[in-house]
Write a protein that binds this ligand. Structure first.
Ligand code: RP5
Length: 322
């Protein structure tokens, strides 16, 4: 059992909130009963359970569940999640599905590449219950899609652009006997939280194209640059973005997730060892970022969604302080 858990843990590579192994075999008797579940031992989303939903009124509060009852394997008869899909999603912009629960004609092929829309999860096949997908990380206290356009997985990509932090004399700074890595961080306009400059993968788009496009739009303000500057920028980005190292793929503990719609990502680290290429980019916030900066990677930073975990993986990859 211990070996199975260990291999599943490393395979799934999710580190949201650690649940002690003893909990896996625990049964509780507080109205809901818990079945032992391996998934619960590996990932426990917390931001996707925050009472107040982003951008929604105070009257939209998630049903609060204890850690023990997040897993769908735990019977929870009293679970009455609030149903919420944001008005902007219900208006059905191009990036959103229709409300399939209200008898709409849209046919969605879950767990497949559905035309140009990738409805496969990076964590394996997900369940579809009563016609709607079920969040593989468990209960969130909310049904519907909230602010997310797609039922099931909503795919994103996160470019983690790093360089070594140097003092005025060019010497790499150290902390706890290890070099300090810094990354390009943006401040999200929606919540004010600091984040990796990631974004949604467009239908039919390659993740590598999304990584480059999102970095250009949010950290270099490419959308507002004139054509000559943009072309020059794209050339430089092409040179740098061809050799990244993936640090994570799968479920994201995003505050917008619901029981039926959730974020997934591929996070890739692009490192500039000398600080001469990426490190010299003129940063300028654009699109849905309101600020941009180089930020040291450290274990006490507060980041959006699961971004701190992706940064920890990047620091480990480069042998840097965390
Ligand atoms: C997070 O949301 C992902 O990790 C990615 O950074 C981001 C994508 O959403 P938008 O920035 O496009 O809102 O879950």
């Amino acid at each position: 059992m211990v070996n199975l858990l260990a291999s599943l843990r490393s395979g799934f590579a999710l580190a949201f909130k650690n649940v002690p192994e003893s909990r896996v075999n625990a049964y509780v008797s507080s109205g809901c009963s818990l079945k032992p579940t391996l998934v619960a031992a590996m990932m426990l989303h917390t931001k996707a359970r925050q009472a107040q939903y982003p951008g929604a009124g105070d009257d939209i509060q998630r049903f609060q569940i204890s850690d023990d009852h997040v897993s769908w394997d735990s019977n929870c008869a009293e679970y009455t999640p609030v149903n919420y899909t944001a008005p902007v999603v219900l208006k059905q912009p191009v990036w959103a599905d229709t409300d399939i629960r209200s008898g709409s004609a849209q046919q969605i092929a879950f767990n497949t590449l559905d035309g140009k829309i990738d409805r496969r999860s990076r964590n394996g096949e997900y369940s579809v219950v009563d016609g709607v997908p079920q969040n593989p990380a468990g209960r969130t206290g909310m049904t519907g899609r909230g602010l997310l356009g797609r039922w099931g997985p909503n795919h994103a990509a996160d470019p983690i652009v790093t360089r070594w932090r140097r003092d005025a004399g060019g010497k790499v700074e150290e902390k706890n006997g290890q070099r300090v890595l810094e990354f390009v961080s943006i401040q999200r306009a929606d919540s004010g939280a600091w984040a990796i400059p990631g974004g949604m993968v467009d239908p039919g788009e390659n993740v590598s194209a999304t990584l480059k496009r999102e970095f250009g739009e949010e950290a270099l303000n490419s959308l507002e640059s004139d054509e000559g500057v943009r072309k020059e920028m794209e050339k430089k980005l092409d040179g740098i973005f061809h050799s990244g190292e993936e640090v994570y793929r799968g479920y994201v503990d995003d505050p917008r997730n619901t029981d039926n719609a959730w974020m997934e990502t591929v996070a890739v680290n692009f490192h500039d060892d000398t600080g001469e290429t990426l490190g010299k980019f003129q940063l300028q916030a654009g699109d849905d970022a309101k600020a941009v900066r180089w930020q040291a990677i450290d274990s006490d930073m507060a980041m959006y969604a699961s971004h701190k975990f992706f940064l920890q993986k990047s620091a480990e990859l480069r042998g840097a302080n965390f």
